[in-house]
Design a protein around this ligand. Structure first.
Ligand SMILES: Cc1ncc(COP(=O)(O)O)c(C=O)c1O
Length: 458
């Protein structure tokens, strides 16, 4: 028996739970943590989603950081259907109108309008592509031995073997030896500064570690440096402008390709189409995925500035020999185009800026809770609330306080979908959110924290 939205009986729900419990891997979570109680969703509209039992909630995480245009956009579904009927995918070595038009649209929105985009299927592939492109660029431009890539600890750059090497996230499974040439530096953390001193000086010091590592490794061996403009994996860490400005200077000085991993921040999340624009910085390559289609179809890309991309024009030697069969699938490209039309028609990037300021301001009242250590954000619709046992010493709750399980439940009961809220409640709602909906989210968090404090005896 198949199931369609709105027609699910209690018996069928039980059956689905049983089947999922036996046959499904959920990504990056313990099977025992969801078996028998998996959340199943069948409807969505705007920022609201409805689970199979009829509970209506706000998705405060935009799916997994991607549902920027919100749920239920008929024009995006129509564009995909139209493309499917016309031609779902072209013969080898050719393109569809949707792919060509989306490349033009992305270049138009990107600060360097001469940019060229290599389409892939998602964020990890975008990172793989950017790194390969950077290495080949270097070999074509006199640094044939440059294979090293510098990244930051506690980042997230994807789930494939190479991107895991770059991310060095403690959340990733140990994989044995990393990619040869993966070198790591200290990450920026505004709440727990990695060094003592004025935050701007500390940020510059963190950026300077890239330079130290380049010098120690011999600049001729370093191909690229990569960072998320705002690290979501590390708890929404917004650096001061000087950080990325310094990264740009260092990349220029040593001829190292600067890659901005904008898989989360790209397409409006920070109140600009691309986050480094907030700081007047142009990276050499930008990786994008999630919000490019608002998750209506899997699509990613590595956007190269004209300077980088032009190196690949020539003969056999200059050819970028990189191929992902379904990269830039025409139906996904049609979704991307329709998605970006929604962006422009509804000024979603402007709304991200305006509602981001509103959200950040409203979140400040959560400091009334003793367990709120830090409220971060202030750059578009991306924010975090970090909970601590002891505010003065910024001491984290011990694992046996059970926040990782308690908090998502408290929020869900108050009609908020969060993503693994534990010590850190991340907020990344659709860019179409209204001020009333933000009030709903903040009230729900406020109430959940009141209950949590009661439960913990704070
Ligand atoms: C900054 C960043 N890079 C890369 C990725 C990997 O993207 P994907 O899961 O689409 O492969 C993610 C995923 O969340 C990400 O946050």
């Amino acid at each position: 028996m198949t199931t369609t939205a709105g027609t699910v009986s209690g018996e069928r729900i039980e059956e689905l739970q049983q089947i999922a419990g036996e046959h499904l891997f959920m990504h990056a979570v313990q099977i025992n943590d969801w078996r028998g109680s998996l959340k199943i969703f069948e409807k969505g509209e705007g920022v609201w989603v409805e689970d199979i039992e009829g509970n209506r909630l706000i998705d405060a995480m935009a799916g997994l950081w991607y549902k920027s245009a919100g749920y239920g956009r008929k024009e995006i579904a129509d564009a995909m259907y139209k493309q499917l009927l016309a031609i779902d995918s072209p013969p080898a070595g050719s393109a569809t109108v949707s792919q060509i038009e989306l490349s033009a649209k992305v270049a138009d929105l990107y600060p360097d309008h001469g940019a060229r985009i290599f389409f892939v299927s998602g964020g990890s592939e975008a990172v793989e592509t950017a790194v390969k492109m950077a290495k080949k660029y270097q070999s074509l431009n006199g640094k044939a031995g440059a294979f090293k890539v510098i990244s930051r600890r506690y980042s997230y750059h994807g789930g494939t073997a190479m991107s895991v090497s770059l991310g060095r996230s403690p959340a990733a499974d140990p994989m044995g030896p990393e990619m040869p040439g993966a070198v790591h530096v200290t990450n920026w953390n505004s709440y727990r500064l990695p060094y003592e001193g004025d935050p701007v000086d500390v940020a510059v010091k963190c950026a300077n570690e890239f330079e130290t590592v380049i010098i120690h490794n011999d600049p001729d061996t370093v191909a690229a440096m990569i960072a998320e403009p705002i690290s979501a994996a590390y708890g929404i860490q917004v650096p001061p402008p000087e950080y990325w400005q310094r990264l740009r200077e260092i990349a220029d000085k040593y001829d190292v390709v600067l890659i901005a991993d904008e898989v989360i921040t790209g397409f409006g999340r920070t109140g600009e189409y691309f986050a480094p624009s907030n700081w007047g910085v142009q990276p050499d390559i930008t990786t994008v995925a999630k919000a490019l289609t608002s998750g209506y179809a899997p699509l990613g890309g590595a956007i190269a500035t004209k300077r980088i991309a032009d190196s690949f024009i020539g003969g056999a030697k200059e050819t970028f020999r990189h191929l992902i069969t379904f990269g830039g699938h025409p139906v996904a490209a049609a979704a991307g185009l329709a998605n970006l039309e929604v962006y422009e028609r509804e000024d979603l990037v402007g709304n991200s800026r305006r509602m981001g300021d509103y959200l950040f301001e409203k979140l400040q009242r959560l400091y009334d809770h003793q367990i709120v250590g830090d409220v971060r954000g202030g750059l578009g619709l991306l924010a975090a609330v970090e909970l601590v046992q002891d505010r003065e010493n910024k001491t984290a709750f011990p694992a046996d306080a059970g926040l990782a399980k308690r908090l998502p439940k408290l929020l869900y009961d108050r009609k908020i979908v969060s993503f693994r809220a534990g010590d850190i409640i991340s907020l990344c709602p659709p860019l179409s959110i209204s001020s009333d909906e933000i009030d709903f989210v903040v009230d729900a968090i406020d109430d959940a924290l009141t209950q949590l404090e009661k439960d913990l005896g704070v």
